[in-house]
Design a binder for this molecule. Structure first.
Ligand SMILES: C[S@@+](CC[C@H](N)C(=O)[O-])C[C@H]1O[C@@H](n2cnc3c(N)ncnc32)[C@H](O)[C@@H]1O
Length: 239
């Protein structure tokens, strides 16, 4: 193997896997994306080539991975969360496979469940959701609102902050209860984490001040956070 497609975890550098950290510490080239904690970039050897300070087009990233991989260098492609969850890791894997470059995927802790968990939301809490869907909010016109509203359960939207008013409005228009508990969690698992909860109909207004990256969670499981948060505070106070 010369190229590793590695998940960096959801934000807190402590949530990286043991395997990922081992690979970062001995790589020749580290290609990282903007959601990766700087502490993890610092773990690479001092003489490793670091690529990631400037945003690059996906095609250019694929080219670089292939180019360094063909040279036989140890390349770590470090991506936020899990590389195969809305991370374009699949595209990079296909580019490497097409070029005949040996590669391996090292899964990471995805924000899909870790960020809600850090906000006290168990995404599949028994009795409240036996189903969770993850959806991209990047293009609000491409979302299947009718299907999501009919399916119910928990819906986790990635990249949905900018389109939140549209997404919430259309979900309700297609039949999701406007009183459904919902949350936006910004910078989850980091010291900057902020959570806003509100009924779906009021979520966009309530979350107007939050910054990206943010995850949107819709479903009754969001209500569990209110029961867990006081306990979290009690544990912190006891420390
Ligand atoms: C391009 S996707 C990458 C997802 C990543 N591969 C994963 O498994 O978590 C980026 C989106 O993930 C979500 N996200 C990632 N990290 C987050 C965090 N720490 N807090 C809140 N949302 C996060 C946001 O919706 C963000 O816009």
């Amino acid at each position: 193997v010369t190229v590793w497609l590695v998940g960096a975890g959801p934000g807190d550098p402590g949530l990286i896997t043991v395997r990922a950290l081992e690979l970062i510490r001995r790589c020749d080239v580290l290609v990282y994306d903007r959601l990766v904690a700087p502490e993890l970039v610092d773990e690479a050897p001092a003489d490793a080539l670091r690529i990631g300070r400037e945003p690059l087009r996906q095609e250019r990233i694929n080219e670089l991975l292939v180019e360094y991989g063909l040279r036989g260098l140890d390349v770590v492609r470090l991506k936020g969360g899990d590389p195969f969850v809305f991370g374009r890791g699949g595209e990079e894997a296909l580019a490497l496979a097409d070029a005949g470059v040996p590669f391996e995927v090292v899964p990471g802790v995805s924000s899909v469940s870790a960020v809600p968990a850090a906000a006290g939301i168990p995404v599949t809490h028994r009795g409240l959701a036996s189903l969770a869907t993850f959806a991209s909010g990047h293009d609000p016109d491409a979302i299947e609102y009718e299907l999501l509203a009919r399916t119910g359960g928990t819906v986790v939207f990635f990249m949905a902050l900018g389109s939140l008013p549209t997404i919430a409005e259309r979900l309700i228009a297609h039949g999701r209860d406007p009183d459904t508990p919902a949350a936006v969690i910004s910078a989850g698992t980091t010291p900057e984490q902020q959570t806003v909860t509100a009924p779906l109909a009021g979520l966009a207004a309530a979350a107007a001040g939050l910054a990206s990256p943010a995850l949107v969670v819709v479903g009754d499981v969001v209500g569990v956070a209110a029961q867990l948060a006081p306990r979290a505070v009690a544990v912190a106070a006891a420390d």
